[in-house]
Every structure is written in C-alpha cells, then in structure tokens.
Design a protein around this ligand. Sequence first.
Ligand SMILES: C[S@@+](CC[C@H](N)C(=O)[O-])C[C@H]1O[C@@H](n2cnc3c(N)ncnc32)[C@H](O)[C@@H]1O
Length: 290
Amino acid sequence: MPKKIDINFRKTCSCSDSHINCLTAKEWVKGQVAIWELYYKKRDIRDKDIHPAVFPIALPKKCMELFTHKGELVLDPFVGIGTTLVAARDLERNAVGFDLNQEYINFTNKRFTQAQLNFGKNTKQIAICDDAINIPEYLNEGTVSLCVTSPPYANMLNHRRLNKSLRSDLRKNKHYKEVQQYSNNPRDLGTMRLGGYIDALAEIYKGILPLLRPKAHCVININDLWENNHRYPTHSYIIEAMEKVGYELRNIIIWDKRNLVNKVGIFGWPSNYITLSTTFEYILDFWRKP
Ligand SMILES: C[S@@+](CC[C@H](N)C(=O)[O-])C[C@H]1O[C@@H](n2cnc3c(N)ncnc32)[C@H](O)[C@@H]1O
C-alpha cells in the first residue's frame, strides 16, 4: 500500500483568501476570453519518438494562473513526460503527476534533474508511476487546488497515422502509417474503445473528487474522435460522465490551434464537408461544488 506523499498544499502568497488566484484585475480580464491561443516554445518537447501527444507548457500554466495561488497543490492524473510539473515549477506551485508508463516517468525525472531552473525551489514537483485509479492512496482529502490534464483520447492512437490533414507532399513523414500507442497495458486508457474509456475515466475522476478542496477546478483537455466517417463527440460524453460522478461544468474553452496547422492539405472535397479536427481542441473546466 503506497504511503501518502509528503507535500505542501497551502498558499504561500499574501493574496486575500477570497481570491481564487494571484492575478491582478487587468490580468484577469485577459483570462476571460474563452478562446485560447497557445504556443509551443523552444523548451517544449515535441519529439513524437519521446511521447506522441504532449501539450504546450503554456496550457497547464494558464490554468494554474487562473485557478491557484503560489504554494498550492496541483494534480495531473495523466502526466506523460511531465509538462504540467514544469509549469508548476515555473509558477512555484506544488504538483504531483501520475502516469502508467515507467519510461515517461523516467524521462520526467531526467528532465527535472537536468533543468537549470532557479525558481520553484520552495516547492516540490513529483512524478509517480501508477494507474490513476490509485491516486486516492497518495493524497489527503481536500488538499488539491487544481487538477489539470490531457487524458488519452480513447483509442485514437490505435489507428495507423495517415496524416490526412497535412499537404500531400508532407504526408509521408517518419510516422506515416505507424501505430504509436502509449503502451499495450489494458489499463492504459489509450487502448480502450469509447464506451469502456468513458467508464474508466469517470471511475478515476470519482476517486479524485474528494481530494479536491471545495470550489477547486478540474480541467480536461480533449478532442472529439472520427472513426469510419463518424464523429464521436467525446467532449460531450465526458461532460455527462463527470456530472454523473459529482462535478459541475463551469466553462468550455476552445484551444485555437490554427497557429499549428499551417501546412494543411485538402480532404473531403467536393462531396464530404468535414472541418479539420486538428484546428481546435476542447478545454473543459469543472469544479467541485462548494
Ligand atoms: C495525452 S498523454 C499526456 C501528455 C502530457 N500532457 C504531456 O504533456 O506530457 C496521456 C497519458 O496518459 C497515460 N495513461 C494512460 N492510461 C493511464 C492510466 N490508467 N493511469 C495513468 N496514466 C495513464 C499515458 O501513458 C499517456 O502518457
């Protein structure tokens, strides 16, 4: 039975207790826009040989700025190679991330020992290899101020990569026709078909809910699925499942990814209109009801 983690969770700044973050009124106004344009920077790791689906540091960073104070505790149940932990270090938030895949956890730990960072010294960022279903064994109730993650998008990575949205001269890149999964572990949400995936995700979030303090936010970055010319609105299935296990939906934010898809090809023309699913993703924001 794993022990509870020794990690601080209380705010260390001098902001008023009634504020939900450390932002000034001017910074808050920018955060109100429901469409987020985010950029991968040099420090972001985008090598698909290391991890097939990494979000930019800017995504968890923005969530932490909106929903936490310095010193508070952030949880990422599907941490991959530790992007959320990097953002937490930058912003002096304590953070714990879980991933089923030991290789990703090893990579995260290496990333942290190599980082020449002078900030975040008074906080801890911890990566643990375990199934997210076991998270309640590691954290005390009411201690987490923000849960932010990008879970697997069901079994989307099970398909051979056809790069359909890329221009035809760029389509046959290194990963063309490759299947690149996180793992073959049957508990890996990336191996599950949609129905089982939603049930497994809901079960994990049901366990996380008591760990959140009242009014703590829980943010999920997700995209819908296309299979055999059908759209499966994963985002709406997740909203339904989250509300069933006790969360309340607060905001739907669109991650505008047009800055990442400038080499698009044509598909569907002239008979089948399908918008490019690579041009945006959902950022679903829930909270633990007060
Ligand atoms: C979309 S990736 C997250 C990437 C991360 N945001 C980053 O930037 O590195 C989803 C992760 O969930 C992990 N995963 C899948 N099933 C899991 C489970 N049951 N428990 C914990 N992690 C799991 C996969 O190994 C994968 O790294």
